[in-house]
Design a protein around this ligand. Structure first.
Ligand SMILES: [Ca+2]
Length: 107
């Protein structure tokens, strides 16, 4: 048995016994959001829903998600990977009135 086949067999055995982490990890942004805003009702007792920033059952951003992306582009910010960076993006994009109803996104 070759080295590649041995590794494949090892992963199969480890996966069989549930010793490998799940391949589909929890979305990073929702974890970071709830660390940045632990008192947010959106994080109360549950993970932040994907629909907070994405269209249902897709990776396509909804209006708020699109506003976040636009804010990052406009301010030359990369995707937030720390709590302060997430707070900067949320608070910056939150001050915008994306749907033009007269209230900011976070109002
Ligand atoms: Ca609004």
């Amino acid at each position: 048995m070759g080295k590649k086949a041995m590794l494949r067999l090892l992963f199969i055995i480890l996966g069989w016994f549930g010793l490998l982490p799940p391949l589909s990890a929890k979305p990073f942004a929702s974890d970071l959001f709830c660390k940045a805003y632990p008192d947010s009702p959106a994080c109360a007792g549950t993970a932040l829903r994907c629909s907070y920033c994405h269209a249902p059952a897709s990776q396509v951003p909804n209006l708020f998600g699109a506003t976040l992306l636009q804010y990052m582009r406009d301010h030359n910010l990369s995707y937030p990977t720390t709590v302060p960076a997430m707070q900067e993006v949320i608070e910056g994009a939150g001050a915008i009135d994306a749907d033009e109803d007269g209230f900011s996104n976070l109002a």
